[in-house]
Design a protein around this ligand. Structure first.
Ligand SMILES: Cc1ncc(COP(=O)(O)O)c(C=O)c1O
Length: 465
């Protein structure tokens, strides 16, 4: 417990009565409201009453260097004093925007030497779709417009990026843009067809992509969106070689490969970017956000190849401009946060720490296989997930009333850890500074919570073990 002086009840009421939260079940929200998270320190957060939790989700896959870094607070304050904001439209810039662009170009794989700033992941993906359409227009290939993405991929919450997203649950009741985006099946090895090897499944996933391009007509397909490891869609690690082969297919038909590293960027898989270092993929574009500032400021970025930049940096017609950008593109305080965040990551070798502790984290989670409701433990490094099932052999799911993900998250929260429920999964993406001892604490809480959940389910006759 931390001795805090917030009026937690008043905050709870103000929030419930006036704040329209993102991604919230308002059928329960009106009664339960929100838990008010007031402070943070390292891998821990504290609610407004002072109760401490292990932050098993890193804010929302983003607080990579952990909470309460004095150096970060100083860097933001210092930049606010120097200049809080200046436009980067036309021929203006600020020192942090310029320096961070150069640093990102240095960290990014291969010829991704050009940076366009946004304020988050959705905006990065939305903006790149506009850029790529512009790119093909410039080349006179005006029919190349269609986007291919994957079922269960998550790419954002704007109208376009929600359309690119392939999670059916995320679209219930909402409109999408018809006939622009086409989905191919999710490359989830755990749910591959019965009797198929992972290798055969990988071949099938690549064929799915090529067949979709051919079905739509290569002259109509502009880009392919893929996360190196799918996050919100259930921490799906594709079959070995998938991304490299998918890029080869894209290159064959002049389809731009957009690697969505909003979650996987900035150390979560042990490298600044996962595309090349983890998956041997040289994408045409990387989109990113979140860990770029470890959540200390909202910032997103698009990393463009020399080849794309060379095309889009020539106007469509005489006197025209690249008319794309946001007031807060390259915001100096956000860029100062990005620079300091990267400096800390390099100085403390946070990527090296993730490469060391990540495999340990996964191994400790795999110890949960002795619980019969654990169907699959998957993911990589600091991006992990447990899939719960009624029967490990058949992989049958528990009934929806079991609400197993929510149930285990609730039990874990009561025990001092926040983990994210997604359907029948629980997802872990903690700050990257988590130590092995802290991993042990988190896994122990998950074990206790899953064990209690099994008892509850039996009592409620929702599972017979
Ligand atoms: C892979 C991926 N892309 C894009 C986004 C959207 O980012 P934002 O919520 O910052 O708009 C997310 C958010 O979780 C994400 O996981």
């Amino acid at each position: 417990m931390r001795n805090l002086k917030y009026d937690s009840k008043a905050l709870w009421r103000m929030d419930r009565d006036h704040y329209v939260h993102p991604w919230t079940d308002f059928s329960t929200f009106k009664e339960t409201g929100s838990d008010v998270i007031a402070e943070g320190d390292g891998i821990y957060v504290f609610d407004a009453d002072g109760k401490r939790y292990i932050d098993g989700i890193g804010g929302l896959w983003c607080v990579n260097i952990g909470y309460g870094r004095e150096e970060m607070a100083q860097a933001l304050a210092e930049q606010a004093r120097r200049i809080c904001y200046y436009s980067t439209f036309t021929h203006l810039t600020t020192p942090p925007a310029a320096e961070l662009a150069a640093k990102l170009a240095q960290l990014a794989p291969g010829p991704l030497n050009h940076v366009f700033y946004t304020t988050g992941g959705s905006e990065s993906n939305d903006a790149i779709a506009r850029f790529i359409a512009f790119y093909f227009n410039r080349l006179g290939k005006k029919s190349k417009k269609k986007i291919i993405a994957r079922t269960d991929g998550y790419h954002g919450s704007t109208l376009l990026t929600a359309t690119i997203t392939g999670v059916a649950f995320d679209k219930i009741g909402f409109d999408t843009i018809e006939d622009l985006v086409h989905h191919i099946p999710c490359p989830n090895p755990y749910r591959r067809p019965e009797g198929m090897t992972v290798e055969e499944f990988g071949d099938q996933c690549i064929a799915d992509l090529e067949n979709k391009i051919l079905e739509l007509g290569p002259e109509n397909v502009a880009m392919f969106f893929a996360e190196p490891i799918m996050g919100a869609g259930g921490v799906i690690v594709p079959p070995p070689g998938y991304h490299k082969r998918a890029k080869e297919v894209c290159a064959k038909y002049e389809v731009k490969y957009i690697s969505d590293e909003v979650v996987t960027g900035f150390g979560r898989l042990g490298h600044f970017f996962a595309s090349k270092d983890n998956f041997d993929l040289q994408p045409d574009v990387i989109t990113t956000a979140k860990g770029i500032t470890s959540g200390y400021q909202p910032l997103g970025a698009i990393l463009l190849s020399d080849e794309i930049y060379d095309v889009i940096s020539v106007p469509q017609e005489k006197g025209a401009m690249l008319t794309n950008g946001f007031t807060y593109s390259g915001h100096p305080i956000a860029c100062a946060a990005g620079l300091k965040n990267i400096e800390i990551m390099e100085r403390e070798d946070i990527c090296g720490h993730v490469r060391e502790v990540g495999p340990y984290f996964k191994k400790r989670l795999e110890s949960l296989y002795d619980l019969p409701i654990v169907g699959d433990v998957r993911g990589s490094h600091f991006m992990l997930c447990v899939e719960f099932v009624a029967d490990r052999k058949t992989k049958a799911l528990l009934p929806p009333e079991a609400a197993i993900g929510n149930r285990i998250s609730r039990l874990a929260q009561e025990r001092g850890a926040i983990i994210r429920p997604i359907g029948h999964l629980n997802v872990m993406s903690p700050p990257l500074t988590m130590t092995k001892a802290q991993v042990d604490d988190l896994v122990e809480i998950i074990r206790q919570s899953a064990t209690l959940a099994m008892d509850e389910l039996k009592r409620e006759k929702l599972w017979n073990g």
